[in-house]
Design a protein around this ligand. Structure first.
Ligand code: NAD
Length: 484
């Protein structure tokens, strides 16, 4: 735990801090005790943030040379790196992940994303387009596209990796010259409030980045409905994603949706089994299983099925569940009581549907919102295999052939990511091509690297973040034709 008495707890609008009419309390998930009292933005605050963002976009921020935008992003990356330990600690206090995990992966990911897009800021080009001449006639034209910023972007983020996921939106949006309004999750706002302080320290023009803490149903919905916002980039649940699309139709906002997942991890009988089991266990228990790409359906070839079950049982039993600030801890609490109860509800459903408990299967007594790491042996048609649980729960399912593995992998509403474990390179490419998912990792988890596009198909979302796709998604192409 670190001292948070100096952290701003208001709304960051137009480069200044202000109170909202109301507040809400955020809890420490390891103890269930209150952690901080934060401003709860209402629709008047959303209006104020839109005015501030619009004036930055049309004013000082919009007028800044692209290389200066890049320099500011580099400066922000330096400040995040300076305060890396503090930012990791704030997230752990708020959402429960072991502090070393955030310091080793999520906060460095933010630094990397800021630096990657800082480099893009002065390399965003349109195209000169060859054509048949004016109306197809003999008069030639000079036709080209510009890639302009979209305008005011709202970034609505979840609680499981607040800064990392915000970085995937904020960095490309700023590199392209947009102004941004951030809506953190009500369950994990602290690290984003600290980031707002760093944005201020870095010297971004006022209004370039605004942060509105508060309820999704109030502040989030007001953002989706606001006619002054041009794009919503949302990461969260599929259900809320649907409501964002409906509400965004008011002014046909661009929407990018990174939603839920139920990723298959397919272990073939030719796989390096130790690596597959270790990797699959990481895919299950990393970040308490509160990961959209968590590999929660372990499809194991029948020849290795028993070995996989035994290996995952040992991996689950080796997890150390406890205080996120104890260096020995490998799994912290779930984010809140509702999430803990939801996961426990799925464990009950699994038992009712006939899944065998291989490890875990319950929640420990005592304070905090902990769930024991759980491995179930089951079928692909059970609720625990079909629905996103967002907790440390995996189901092992046997298969007999490559075709059956593909059929099982694709027999799910989600399509975010998948992992394939095999030593046969032809099988690796062949199966990768046949699985419906935005990202496939072969013999390891898909790395969440700034250079690599990330996003889902089916109910896992629309659009891609990161890489060059990120630049395309935060610009509007405009075609200009000069008749010569
Ligand atoms: P959530 O959908 O409940 O909330 C996400 C954000 O949306 C929060 O900031 C919340 O306040 C806001 N929100 C809630 N209701 C809203 C509304 N009506 N209008 C506008 N905004 C609203 O999701 P969560 O519980 O915070 O996060 C878990 C979910 O996020 C899981 O389904 C997970 O799979 C998904 N997720 C996806 C990815 C990805 O890259 N695909 C990454 C992380 C998490």
């Amino acid at each position: 735990m670190i001292d948070i008495s100096n952290l701003h707890t208001g709304l960051f609008i137009g480069g200044g801090w202000r109170d909202a009419g109301e507040t809400f309390t955020t809890l420490n998930p390891a103890t269930g005790q209150p952690l901080a009292e934060l401003a709860a933005a209402g629709s008047a605050d959303v209006d104020a943030a839109v005015i501030a963002a619009t004036s930055a976009y049309r004013g000082d921020w919009g007028a800044l040379a692209p290389s200066r935008r890049g320099a500011l992003l580099h400066r922000l990356a330096d400040l995040v790196e300076r305060d890396l330990e503090q930012l990791a600690a704030l997230e752990s206090m708020d959402m429960g992940r072991p502090v070393g995990m955030g310091a080793a992966m999520m906060i460095p990911n933010l630094v990397g994303t800021l630096r990657y897009y800082a480099g893009w800021a002065d390399k965003i080009n349109g195209e000169l387009i060859a054509n048949d001449g004016y109306l197809g006639g003999p008069v030639p034209t000079h036709a080209y596209t510009r890639r302009d910023p979209i305008g005011v972007v709202a970034a609505i983020v979840p609680w499981n990796a607040p800064l990392m996921i915000l970085g995937w939106k904020l960095a490309p949006a700023l590199a392209c010259g947009n102004a941004v309004i951030v809506k953190p999750s009500e369950d994990a706002s602290l690290s984003i409030l600290r980031l707002a302080e760093l944005v201020d320290e870095a010297g971004f023009p006022p209004g370039t980045v605004n942060v509105l803490t508060g309820a999704g149903k109030v502040a989030g919905e007001a953002l989706a409905l606001h006619p002054g916002i041009h794009k919503i980039s949302f990461t969260g649940s599929t259900e809320v994603g649907r409501s964002i699309v409906r509400n965004s139709a008011v002014n046909f906002k661009r929407t990018a949706l990174e939603l839920g997942g139920k990723a298959p991890q397919v272990i073939f009988d030719d796989a390096n089994l130790d690596a597959a089991i270790q990797g699959s266990a990481m895919g299950l228990f990393f970040n308490q299983g509160e990961v959209c790409a968590a590999g929660t359906r372990i499809l194991a070839h029948r020849k290795v099925y028993e070995a996989v079950i035994e290996g995952l049982k040992a991996a689950a039993e080796a997890q150390i569940v406890g205080d996120p600030f104890d260096p020995a801890t490998t799994m912290g609490p779930l984010v809140n009581e509702r999430q803990r109860d939801r996961v426990v509800g799925y464990l009950r459903k699994g038992a009712d549907e006939g899944a065998d408990v291989v490890a875990g299967g319950n929640a420990p007594d005592g304070p905090g919102f902990f769930v024991n790491p759980t491995v179930l042996a089951g079928r692909n048609d059970m609720a625990v295999s079909r629905e996103e649980i967002f907790g440390p729960v995996g189901v092992v399912i046997p298969f007999d052939s490559d075709d059956e593995a593909v059929e099982l992998a694709n027999d799910n509403q989600y399509g975010l990511s998948a992992t394939i474990w095999t030593t046969d390179v032809s099988r690796a490419h062949g199966i990768s091509a046949r699985i419906d998912a935005g990202s496939i990792g072969v013999n390891g988890w898909s790395p969440l690297a700034p250079q690599l596009p990330w996003g889902g198909v089916k109910a896992s979302g629309v659009g891609r973040e990161l890489g060059y796709e990120g630049i395309l998604s935060y610009t509007e192409p405009k075609t200009i034709t000069v008749i010569l």
